[in-house]
Design a protein around this ligand. Structure first.
Ligand code: NAP
Length: 456
């Protein structure tokens, strides 16, 4: 295809098309980014940090327009889009305030006159990003990378070109040097050729596990540093001593947020037998109240999914699970058509032989897996190829903390709350959910040369 298309998932209508960047346009962008890197890296870190404070202001000034672009291109309710954009502004502020400290030299006491570690930028960092949080996912790699003195190129998901260009405009409007951040409108099939370019020094991908494997293979081939934030199927464990009303409220909200299209959504609800009936009823009540409709309407709490083809794939996973004897408590009927709506759906009595047990379901589908007891719940939680987030519900905080810390195989595990990213804390997974970390000092240090200096 010679264009990238903005299709409103609420209606299925094409409302904007953008020409795909050809090979020459990509070459020009890399050349510009490389030249700009040469000067940007020499800008004092205090000034780079100030530039991010200006970025935060621009984001807040234009938040309604950015949120509208998000909603029109990928369907999340406008309120959720505003919250996403505001979160980007607070991350920009966070890196503006903390990057100087994160990038300060670290002295080490040795027998030498001087010995220390200094952090230097790598060059151009390429980000390959998904559509589900089209501002947040992109900004969370761009902000620390720029603070560290790198230049950035963004290859965004092909269904959100308007967001990709809006993000580019933020950095121009904030007065950062032309070329320090640019969006490439290219399909995934052309990413390897960009990675192959010697001027690209690192690549970060947020997306599905197959896309991660493909980018990691290409990066390995060309010896480029990678960070991978991939799929997840987060377990939420409702243990025998859980505050059941709190667990129901938190799990229901997590699963419906962003129409279930979040990497850290409550995807596997693992409930001990004694709570099962009440938990099922609670989730039915919450899902039953979801107001599905036009995402621009302030009363809507559940928009469409982001693309009709993804809706059909999700329905296929639900249908295969029901065929394998999962019990359908709510929803499960595919409305079909050009728009991408899918009703809130609840599957229970899910067991190991069913797709809903092991596959990632990226949409508004609650998957309830019964556990005999707390130990069984922990075993089920870890019986997954994924290891991104997880949550433990219990009134015994000390035991909850021990289970979260020692027993659950994941990059994040929260006690009595839904998993969410926070600029102040590292975010990322293990197993097939990827490697490396974003956000906080850990994220910033992924794309720097950790350089050792000794003066004898
Ligand atoms: P996706 O199909 O993997 O796409 C993500 C990005 O990768 C897009 O820009 C896509 O480009 C590109 N891409 C796809 N295949 C590629 C390939 N073979 N080589 C190079 N680039 C490739 O994922 P998605 O459906 O957009 O997003 C959903 C997935 O992302 C879920 O699995 C979710 O859990 C995961 N996710 C993870 C996190 C996290 O932080 N761990 C956060 C959000 C989402 P095109 O659009 O041009 O194909």
């Amino acid at each position: 295809m010679n264009t990238q298309q903005s299709i409103n998932p609420a209606t299925g209508e094409l409302f904007q098309e953008y020409p795909v960047h050809d090979a020459q346009a990509v070459e020009n962008a890399i050349t510009r980014a490389h030249a700009c890197f040469g000067t940007w890296r020499r800008v004092p870190v205090t000034e780079r940090a100030q530039a991010l404070a200006a970025v935060a202001q621009i984001i807040l000034k234009n938040k309604e327009s950015y949120a509208r672009t998000i909603t029109l291109e990928m369907g999340k309710p406008f309120k959720e889009a505003i919250a996403e954009v505001e979160k980007c502004a607070s991350a920009a502020k966070y890196f503006a305030e903390n990057s100087v400290a994160f990038l300060a030299d670290q002295h080490v006491k040795t027998e030498y006159r001087k010995s220390y570690v200094t952090f230097q930028p790598l060059g151009i960092v390429l980000g390959v990003m998904p559509w589900n949080f089209p501002f947040w996912q992109a900004l969370r790699f761009i902000l620390p990378s720029l603070a560290a003195g790198n230049a950035c190129l963004l290859k965004h998901a092909s269904n959100v070109p308007g967001c990709a260009l809006a993000i580019e405009s933020i950095f121009k409007e904030a007065g950062l040097p032309d070329g320090v951040f640019q969006s490439l409108l290219i399909p995934g099939s052309r990413v390897e050729s960009v990675i192959a370019d010697a001027r690209i020094r690192a690549v970060t991908l947020t997306g599905s596990t197959p896309a991660g494997k493909s980018v990691a293979a290409a990066a390995g081939n060309h010896l480029k540093k990678t960070v991978l934030e991939l799929g997840g199927s987060d377990p939420y464990l409702i243990l025998s001593d859980a505050d059941i009303d709190h667990a129901i409220k938190t799990c229901g909200a997590s699963r419906l947020n962003n129409c279930g299209q979040s990497c850290v959504s409550a995807k596997r609800l693992i409930v001990v037998e004694r709570h099962k009936a009440r938990f099922e009823q609670g989730i039915v009540d919450i899902f039953g109240k979801a107001a599905m409709g036009d995402p621009l309407d302030g009363k809507t709490t559940l928009g469409p999914m982001s693309r009709a083809d993804l809706r059909d794939e999700l329905h296929d996973q639900v249908a295969r699970s029901v065929k394998a004897d999962a019990k359908l408590l709510l929803g499960g009927k595919n409305p079909g058509g050009k728009s991408a709506f899918y009703p809130p759906t609840i599957l229970t009595d899910v067991t190991k032989s069913m797709p809903a047990y092991s596959e990632e379901l990226f949409g508004p589908v609650a998957v309830i897996i019964p556990a005999k007891d707390d130990e069984d719940a922990i075993a089920i939680a870890n019986d997954s190829e994924f290891g991104l987030g997880g949550a433990v519900f219990t009134t015994d905080l000390e035991r909850g903390e021990t289970i979260a810390r020692e027993r659950i195989e994941s990059g994040l595990c929260f006690v009595n709350m839904m998993v969410r990213s926070d600029p102040r804390l590292p975010f990322g997974g293990i197993k097939n959910s990827g490697y490396g970390r974003e956000l906080a000092a850990f994220g910033l240090h992924e794309f720097v040369n950790v350089k050792t200096i000794i003066v004898a």
